[in-house]
Design a protein around this ligand. Sequence first.
Ligand SMILES: Nc1ncnc2c1ncn2[C@@H]1O[C@H](COP(=O)(O)OP(=O)(O)OP(=O)(O)O)[C@@H](O)[C@H]1O
Ligand SMILES: [Mg+2]
Length: 271
Amino acid sequence: MTAATVPAPVRNPVDHTSPVVTVRNLRVDYGTHTVLDGVDLDLHAGETVALLGASGSGKSTLMKSLTGFAPVAGGSVRVVGHDVTALRNREQRRLRAEVGQVFQQFNLIPRLSVLTNVLAGGLHSAGPINLIGGFTGEQRTLAMHYLDRVGIAHKAKDQARSLSGGQQQRVAIARALMQQPRIVLADEPVASLDPKLADSVLELLRGIAAEYRIPVLVSLHVLPVALRHSDRIVGLRQGRMLISAPTSGLDAEALLPLYEDEEHGRDDALA
Ligand SMILES: Nc1ncnc2c1ncn2[C@@H]1O[C@H](COP(=O)(O)OP(=O)(O)OP(=O)(O)O)[C@@H](O)[C@H]1O
Ligand SMILES: [Mg+2]
């Protein structure tokens, strides 16, 4: 295959006017328990937004709301042009194909090679033909491109389980990029990594937001880490949005009210 036949990785056009995500007055109920209430959120192309809050404050639920996985009881959720609360099955699949997700436990298939794990990220849009016929040369070239982007192309043939935690999270990020996502949601992506690896993975995510012109929403537990690696901070307390501000005007002290309800929350957050 020549370089000319390789599909270019998506770089979404710069759009400074309309947010990729618009959440207004969101309420989510689990049974009689209201876990998010009155939440507003805008996410713009190219920015990295840290989502903070004590355990149980609703961070994961807010992320799930963006892909239609949370029981929305009120308000509106728009993500890359979709009205998430009104999606039918097929539209919901399309939306989820446009949202790259990264998780604390990486969620790789341990026995498969790194390359195959990344290729699996493209299956959202590939359809059944590719499952039967295997992956195309174009797909492999694109997967290698993303592995190179996250710095571990040399591990392509290794089993995913043989990699370190930091390397596995890089594979997971390459897998998300293989979807050519319009947004990346990362729920506690560095909670299982030591601080040095955490820094490098978060720098990678921030670089991806800037390079591909997509928003990256990343939930985090440690305040100094969030302050180092985000453009904006959104903070939840007991399901309500307490803080939404540019990171440059914040320090750890300004964020401590997020953890007032927790006995050990402040210490953990400052660790
Ligand atoms: N599927 C569910 N069914 C019932 N309650 C749920 C469900 N998912 C979450 N909750 C409740 O919603 C609240 C918010 O949970 P969520 O997982 O969003 O918090 P979080 O901020 O991500 O916490 P953590 O930092 O521990 O991951 C909690 O009280 C939780 O018990
Ligand atoms: Mg969570």
